[in-house]
Structure formats: C-alpha cells, structure tokens
Design a binder for this molecule. Sequence first.
Ligand code: PMP
Length: 433
Amino acid sequence: MFNDRYRKSREQFKRGLRTLPGGVSSPGRAFSDVVTPPIFVSSARGSRFTDEDGNSYVDFVLGLGPVILGHGHPEVVRAISDQASKGTVYGMPTTIEYDLADEIIAASEVIDLVRFMCSGTEAVMTAFRLARAATGRERIVKFRGGYHGHSDVAIAQATKPHMLSIDGENIRSGLATSEKQDVIISEYNDSDAIKTLVDAHGDEIAAIIVEPVATNMGLVPGTGEFLRTLRSLTSDRGIVLIFDEVVSGFRFRYGPVADQIGILPDLITFGKIVGGGLPIGALGGKAEIMELLVRRGSVFQGGTFAGSPLAMAAGLAQLRVLRDTDAYAHLDHLGKILCHSLINEFRERNLPFGAQRYGSLVSPILQVAKESLRDYSDVGGQDAKLFGRVHKELMDRGFAIPPSIEEPLFLSVVHEEHQVKGLASAYADAAFS
Ligand code: PMP
C-alpha cells in the first residue's frame, strides 16, 4: 500500500517520466537506491524545506554541498537580487570575477590563477586537458568510488551503481574507446597499489585526480601517508596531481583542504560552495600550468555563462559570511555532535554500527562491527537494503538525507543542535526497527 504522505510527489514524478528521460535532470534524483519515491521540493528556508505534499523536513541534503549557510541566507539572497537587477549576463568581463578570484587565491598557497566555469564537471574536464597539455601524455588515474563529474574521461571506468541505467547497462555507452583505455583505476588509501601502477605506467600518465577527503563514497578521509605518497610519486614522475575539492573546498576551512593538511597539489578544482548555491566551477593552480589556458596559452576553455555575474555575486557573499564569522568552528561542533550522537544512539540500542566524520560531513557506518571506512569496498560492504529502509523511515519522520549510502550527511551553519541530535536518534531507531 502506498503511503499517502508522498501522493503529490508520486504524481509529479509520473508526469516527469513523460517529459524528462527517467523523470529527472540528474540521475541521483530518481532515488533509485532507496524505497522512498523522489521528493519534489516546493520551497526551502534555513535548515528546512517543504515538499509538494506540504511535508516539512530538516534538510541534511543541502543541495549536496553548496548550501553551507542554509537556504536563503539573507546576504546571499541580497547579493543575487542586487546583481539580477543590474543584469545577469553580459558577454563581457566583470570585476566581481576578480573579487571572487582574490578570495580563492588568498585562501591557498597553490593558487596563483583561477578560471571560472559553470560546474565542477567543467573544472575537472579543464584540469585534465591542462594536465595532458602540460605533460604531453594522455592517461588519467582515478580512485575507485570517486566521482569527478560527467565528462567523458571522468565517467570512463565509473564504478557507481546509481550511474547504471535501469537495465543495469554501464554508463560507459557513448564514450570513445580511447577514453576508456586512457583511464586507470586504483584503490583509495592504498599506497602500495598506486606505487606499483606508477612504476609500470608513470611515463604515460598525465594526471592523478583524487579527493583529499573523499565525499562520494560516504565520507572517507584520505590518510596523510596515502596523500603524501601521491605527491611524491607525481613529483618524481612529472605527473600533474589534481585535488578535486568541488565538495571539500571551503567546506572545512576557508579554502581547500590541501593547505590544511600541508600537501599541495598542482591543480585544485572547486564548485558548490564557491558559487553560493548558483551553478559554478572553478579551477586554480600555479601560473606555470594555468597560463597554458587561452589567451595566454593554447588550451581552450570558455563559456557564455562562465564567470556568471549572478554566481560570482552569490559566491562572494557566501564566502564573506564564512570568512567573517565563526562558521567553521560551529560547523565542526555540529559535525562532532552528529557523529558522537550516532555512535551513542547505536550503542544504546545494541546496534553494531558506527559513524565517521571530517568536519561537518558525517557518514554512518551500516556494517556490523566495522570501525571505519577506508576505501570503496568498505563502503560497498555496508547493508544497502537496511539503508533503503532507514532512508524511508527518516523521510517519513521529516529528516531528509541524501538518497544514497554513498553520500555523506551534510550540515549547515544554521542547523541547531536539537535537529542534529534528533537525526541521530531517528537514524538509530530506523536502523533498529
Ligand atoms: N567533483 C566532485 C568531487 C563532486 O562531488 C562533483 C559533484 N558532486 C563533481 C566533481 C561535479 O560537479 P558538478 O555536479 O557541479 O558538475
């Protein structure tokens, strides 16, 4: 029997199936890993949103990362509406691009120059192109369980279940054979594996791309040893090291994780938070590589909406709030409470589950007696069926979490302690039932 709670969302999804392939604009939104139907949001404010059925939720999805100040932060809204009243796109440069670039450059030792685009996908795609131009090589190394957007190179050899079509066909359809052959997969946090790979293929590899804190296989921090190994191998063999900080950039501190952990890559990709909730991607790095981009060099990248005035204004407003308040201390505090509360609530119910976190991103661990998640096979070893039930129960109780065990729980500055503790308690209840 269908639960009437989602009647309008179900009706809307049926309507969407007639007009959008699979009913969605991005595959994860079809909620295919869980039993809850896709939920249609009608409005959002602060830490909460309301769906088309009028149900209200505390939001731990938060746009999958950008909404770090909560929905509709007044400074961000004001910046967007002020800019909109002055025009949204000009086909000419604006000084807000320079203002936002100044913030990003000041936040990292690695970054001399920044290029703005419209998505994380584009930032990664351009990073690959630059790395190939800089090295004269073609192969790209990624780590299992990573997600780096949907360019051909980024999805070649992809391993994610929700990226398969409903008949289970691999999403690699439509790619050139060369792209599939150019991409090599290694294991996250496995220094020996990457050493062996680089020993064998170092002279063919243009770039290694990695999330220093992995946010697409739950929340799995890269170990210092693993990330240092990547840095030294790439330096020795003339390979470009790309940190994909589309999620982690400005999430844990005012800048990329790279400078926090003291391991500096050659290029860093940003997105999400630096656009204040509007579509954005940004690529930063040392001048010697970045100047390969036209019009200094010969690597092409461009776009009608690249450096969009609206996204620049929203991003700048969001960064200024993050810079000028104690946002990161507060986010870290909330992350700690969520992680500890999950562990305690599981323990109180004698459930053999755990949780891990980095700053304000948290992953429950739904696997018996597993202390921590270190790589993609750990993430895949969790009880996906149980997660599906937990997701439904939480949504029914008004706690919205991402519809995949591979996404962490996101926190914002405006979440309150009681909401975070409420989620932990409801999560454990749901896992118990
Ligand atoms: N890199 C990482 C690490 C991501 O998580 C994502 C998207 N979640 C991307 C790149 C792609 O960004 P976008 O969706 O803005 O294209």
